[in-house]
Design a protein around this ligand. Structure first.
Ligand code: PEP
Ligand code: MG
Length: 325
């Protein structure tokens, strides 16, 4: 099977009926790009920029970050790279950036909430990203957006930094897409409103599941509530995709679920545009994609959305794919 997958390295990511998708990879640092190329990734759907911060003894400078982002977009050679602005907090700590002790760090001061508060850190990162945009196809997204106001504020800061650089004559791409992670249920419920402002959504299912089921993603005692196929979650995903498409925007997914072989048929059926996963899952997913007819998947999605729970949906999908094999 692995040998068969390897043949797909330079193939397009298409369904059996010829619908094109993008299969990207999640990365942490520039050196991870090698694995993306080796596995024939179409894009980087998520660069977790906080790794630059976690691998450093102090806040990385604009120059350090610029070099890192530039290396990634250059190595990807014109293929899209979506960089997420720093997602610190929750379980990710920085020794040199003391954060308040909190009862519920996952519900607390993290990600865009820190960036909007400590704007000097955010603006430094945005300038590095803007400068790197000149060297390839770079897109930016904000983590943990809960409200339209947060997105607008983050986007306005981005525009301010961009205008300053342009004024100075620094080369900056003029078509940088600015999107957001969809990982908070409240945001998914107003995806129609957010889609007016965001150029794209990237669904972060690791957190979206955690917040939807009120179950800590790292707590083994409640891990039975990690239910990616539960219709409750599928409905949030479907809503996100439909709202984005209604406004002509695209939707990716960069949580673990995007590379899950049971979830992929459902996500293709819902019209997800981009699947971003660990580089080692790309070829297997491309291979599965080729066996699926998107026309047939709409019926599958309808049955899944109408099911009662995670296990029932899993069974529905497995019965469906068993017939194909
Ligand atoms: C997610 O929440 O699904 C995600 C991709 O972000 P992270 O795993 O880095 O929180
Ligand atoms: Mg997340």
């Amino acid at each position: 099977q692995r040998a068969e997958w390897a043949l797909l390295k330079n193939a397009d990511s298409v369904s059996q009926d010829g619908k094109a998708f993008t299969i990207g990879a999640n990365i942490g640092t520039p050196k991870d790009v090698e694995a993306v190329t080796a596995n024939g990734g179409d894009a980087v759907g998520l660069m977790r920029s906080e790794f630059l911060y976690m691998d450093s003894q102090e806040l990385p400078t604009e120059e350090d970050q610029f070099e890192a982002y530039k290396a990634v977009v250059s190595k990807m050679n014109g293929k899209q790279v979506v960089v997420r602005t720093m997602d610190i907090g929750g379980d990710k700590k920085l020794p040199y950036l003391p954060l308040p002790e909190e009862m519920n760090p996952f519900l607390g001061y993290r990600a865009i909430r820190i960036s909007l508060d400590r704007q000097e850190i955010f603006r430094t990162q945005l300038r590095a990203l803007l400068r790197a945009s000149h060297f390839g196809k770079l897109a930016i997204m904000f983590p943990m957006i809960a409200t339209v106001a947060e997105f607008k504020q983050a986007k306005a800061i981005f525009e301010e930094e961009k205008a300053k650089l342009v004024e100075q004559g620094t080369p900056v791409a003029d078509d940088i897409e600015v999107g957001m992670m969809m990982e908070i249920p409240a945001a998914a419920m107003i995806a129609d409103k957010l889609a007016k402002y965001a150029d794209f959504f990237s669904i972060g299912t690791n957190d979206l599941i955690q917040y939807s089921f009120a179950a800590d993603r790292g707590n083994e005692h409640v891990s039975y509530l990690y239910q990616p196929y539960n219709p409750s979650l599928l409905r949030l995903i479907k809503r996100t995709i439909d709202c984005a498409h209604a406004k002509g925007k695209w939707v990716g997914m960069c949580g673990e679920m995007a590379g899950d072989q049971v979830a992929v048929p459902l996500l293709m059926g819902m019209g997800l545009d981009e699947f971003s996963m660990s580089a080692t899952s790309i070829l297997q997913t491309r291979s599965l994609m080729k066996t699926l007819d998107t026309q047939q998947l709409t019926g599958l999605v309808d049955r899944a959305l109408d099911a009662e729970g995670n296990e029932e949906v899993k069974q529905i999908v497995e019965d469906f794919t068993a017939v194909l094999n």
